[in-house]
Design a protein around this ligand. Structure first.
Ligand SMILES: [Zn+2]
Length: 308
C-alpha cells in the first residue's frame, strides 16, 4: 500500500490567515507553511482514495504527480472517505466539482446527514453537474478485521510512544525547538530492531542529531529519562542544552505553587461543612486535582534529580 501525507496541519493550516504566533511568523518568512491534514492511499499506486477533502486539496493534488490527471478529466482519485463533517475535512469536496463522473464519497451516517441538510453541499454541487451532483454520498466502508496486523500495530505504537515521550521531555525541559539533541535508547533485541527500522523518523520527529540504540546503556547522570512500554528506556543528555541553574529554579517555583494549591484543596476537603454542602462533582473534581498534583510533583522530582 502507498500512503501520501498531503497535509499535516490542523484546520486553517500554517500559517493561519490571522495568526501572528512565532510558528506562523516563521512559516510566512521562510515560505515554509504546512497544508491542512489529508492523506491519499492507494493499493496499486494507480487508483487513489483521499482520506478527507481539505480546503488545500487543489494544491495538494498539484504537489504530487501520483494524483495528476491521466487524461482529459481523468483523475486517479477514485473516491473520498470522510472521517467527519468538519469544514477542514469537507471543504475540498467543492473543489472536486469538475469531476466528469460522479465521485463516490463514503461517510458515516451522521456526516452524510450533515452534508445533505445542515450544510447543503449536495445541493450546492448539483448546479455544477447539470442533472446530478458531482459527488455521490455513500455509506462509510466497513473495516476488515482480518487485515489488522497486530504485530505491525504494536511495533508502530512502540515507535510512537518513544517519539512522544522524547518530545515531552523536550517540552518539559524547555529545550529550544531548534536545538538538536542526543538520544540514548536501551531496549531488548526485538525492540532494538523495531527502533532501528524507524531510525530516520525517530531522529527527524525528535530533532535528534544522534541516536544510539543498545541493549544496555550507561545513562549519563544529567539526563532526562523515560521508561517506555515494553521495558525500553530512553535518555536525553542535557549537558549544554539548558541552563541547569535556571531550570532548577523554574521547576522549584512550579513545585512550590503546586504545594500551595494542594494545601488549599486539602483544607477545603477537610472542612466537613464544605464537603456536605458542595455538589458531589465539585468534591470529586478537587480530589482528582490533588491526585494530578501528586503525579506532577513526582515528575518534577525526577526532573530535578536529573538536573542535580
Ligand atoms: Zn500561529
Amino acid at each position: 500500500m502507498r500512503v501520501i501525507i498531503l497535509g499535516s496541519a490542523a484546520g486553517g493550516g500554517v500559517p493561519q490567515w490571522n495568526c501572528r504566533c512565532p510558528n506562523c511568523l516563521d512559516a510566512r518568512h521562510d515560505a515554509r507553511g504546512r497544508m491542512q491534514s489529508s492523506v491519499a492511499v492507494s493499493a496499486d499506486g494507480e487508483s487513489w482514495v483521499l482520506l478527507n477533502a481539505s480546503p488545500d486539496l487543489r494544491m495538494q493534488c498539484a504537489a504530487h504527480h501520483e494524483l495528476w490527471p491521466r487524461g482529459p478529466r481523468g483523475s486517479p482519485i477514485a473516491s473520498v472517505v470522510l472521517t467527519d463533517g468538519e469544514i477542514d475535512h469537507t471543504l475540498g469536496l467543492l473543489l472536486l466539482r469538475e469531476s466528469a463522473t460522479r465521485l463516490p464519497v463514503y461517510a458515516p451516517d451522521g456526516v452524510t446527514a450533515l452534508l445533505g441538510d445542515e450544510w447543503p453541499l449536495y445541493r450546492v454541487l448539483s448546479a455544477y453537474a447539470g442533472v446530478e451532483p458531482t459527488i455521490m454520498l455513500a455509506a462509510f466502508p466497513k473495516g476488515a478485521d482480518a487485515l489488522i496486523d497486530e504485530r505491525a500495530e504494536s511495533e508502530i505504537s512502540a515507535v510512537i510512544d518513544l517519539i512522544s515521550r522524547v518530545r515531552n521531555i523536550r517540552a518539559e525541559m524547555n529545550i529550544k525547538p531548534g536545538d538538536r539533541i542526543q538520544l540514548m535508547i536501551a531496549a531488548k533485541t526485538d525492540l532494538q530492531t523495531v527502533f532501528q527500522a524507524s531510525l530516520d523518523q525517530i531522529a527527524r520527529l525528535t530533532r535528534a542529531a544522534q541516536v544510539s540504540i543498545d541493549g544496555n546503556v550507561e545513562m549519563p547522570k544529567a539526563s532526562a529519562r523515560a521508561v517506555l512500554a515494553g521495558g525500553a528506556e530512553v535518555a536525553v543528555p542535557l549537558e549544554g542544552l539548558i541552563d541547569f541553574e535556571q531550570e532548577r529554579a523554574r521547576l522549584w517555583r512550579e513545585q512550590e505553587k503546586l504545594q500551595q494549591e494542594a494545601a488549599k484543596l486539602e483544607a477545603q476537603l477537610g472542612n466537613s461543612d464544605f464537603v456536605a454542602r458542595a455538589p458531589a462533582e465539585k468534591v470529586a473534581e478537587l480530589r482528582a486535582r490533588i491526585v494530578d498534583i501528586a503525579q506532577r510533583t513526582t515528575a518534577l522530582d525526577q526532573m530535578l534529580e536529573a538536573l542535580a
